[in-house]
Design a protein around this ligand. Structure first.
Ligand code: ADP
Ligand code: F6P
Length: 325
């Protein structure tokens, strides 16, 4: 067989640890004598044919950095058959015979689409939302959780000094995973999740009850819940009986949760996922998503992953309610 040429891209929302995965794929691939090509800005760069050769040195010194060396993008054009034809043509023009896609749910639907058209694709589970089937945890979640946790700890001190209600909105798109886990570890009085979808009046009652007991309330609101923290604040203003409820402060943590240096866990996870992706390609195992299965890395067919979403474990959801009391 002629020398293998593998392309690699990062797609969708960036996640801390993506660089560790790019570095591992590049170095493990070069070690096998393969050519590695980096695609700029996800599927958009694939359509435009923006690919550059990556060697060991090009991926040096990136492990510590957040974001992605390759750039990322959301590219609606790629979700169309015409977009995918152009992407495949770019790869064919360079003689690329394999692709590694580092990204979340949408990106892995893209991986599956390319796999179905005959391209050997290996996905790496990467998103701060942790909503992918086929892995216990996705790349970037640990860093994001630690950012949320530090923010909750800081907010709690000022909530305590001023005896205030704080509504803290946490990312996750449709998933409440980050809000749930950070809410538990941060000792939030109330955690509001799309998976539970409580009525605003019931949330108001919970906040009131917590405030009565503690003279403060840190409420973690997943962005995927109805109208998020802003909607909840409006509901409090319209229905509150007390001034502390009316004046609840809103903090939207936003993209700070996705930025910055990856934790030890995400650097290791990205590295291990990258090595596993290269091993999959070497074994001729394509059309799979690389993820963490227990303590080990492993792979799951993309057809079992694409278009599905993973929800937080019911036992942990129940735990949140028990601990907040
Ligand atoms: P993430 O991968 O973080 O979930 P997105 O949902 O924005 O992020 O998806 C990233 C990109 O994946 C999209 O911009 C699009 O190019 C591609 N994509 C998303 N959904 C599909 C789909 N159903 N089929 C093919 N490609 C898709
Ligand atoms: O999927 C990762 C994520 O950060 C979600 O949690 C969030 O809803 C979304 O991306 C934000 O997207 P954008 O960066 O395009 O505003």
């Amino acid at each position: 067989m002629s020398r293998r040429r593998i392309a690699i891209l990062t797609s969708g929302g960036d996640a801390p640890g993506m660089n560790a995965a790019i570095r591992a794929v590049t170095r493990a691939g070069v070690e096998r004598g393969w050519e590695i090509w980096g695609v700029q800005n996800g599927f958009r760069g694939l359509i435009a044919g923006n690919l550059d050769r990556l060697g060991r040195r090009e991926v040096g010194g990136i492990m510590q950095a957040g974001g992605t060396l390759l750039g990322s993008a959301r590219c609606p054009e790629f979700a169309t058959p015409a977009g995918q034809r152009e992407a495949l043509a770019s790869l064919e023009a360079l003689g690329i015979d394999g692709l590694v896609v580092i990204g979340g749910n949408g990106s892995q639907q893209g991986s599956f689409a390319l796999h179905q058209q005959g391209l050997p694709v290996v996905g790496i589970a990467s998103t701060i939302d942790n909503d992918l089937v086929g892995t216990d945890i996705t790349l970037g979640v640990d860093t994001a959780l630690n950012v949320v946790l530090e923010s909750l700890d800081r907010i709690r001190t000022t909530a305590s000094s001023h005896h205030r209600v704080f509504l803290v909105e946490v990312m996750g798109r449709h998933s409440g995973y980050l809000a749930l886990m950070a809410g538990i570890a941060g000792g939030a009085e109330v955690i509001v999740l799309p998976e539970r979808d409580p009525e605003p009046d019931d949330v108001l009652l919970e906040i009131r009850e917590a405030y009565r007991r503690k003279d403060l309330a840190v409420v973690v609101v997943a962005e995927g819940w109805r109208r998020g923290a802003v909607g909840l604040a409006e509901h409090l203003r319209a229905n509150a009986a007390r001034v502390d409820e009316i004046r609840a402060r809103v903090t939207i943590l936003g993209h700070v949760q996705r930025g910055g240096a990856p934790t030890y866990f995400d650097r290791m996870l990205g590295t291990r996922f990258g090595m596993e992706a290269v091993d999959c390609l070497a074994r001729g195992e394509a059309g799979v998503l690389v993820g963490l299965h227990g303590r080990l890395t492993g792979s799951t067919p993309l057809e079992e992953v694409a278009g599905k979403t993973r929800s937080p474990e019911p036992r942990i959801l129940a735990l949140a309610e028990l601990l907040a009391r």
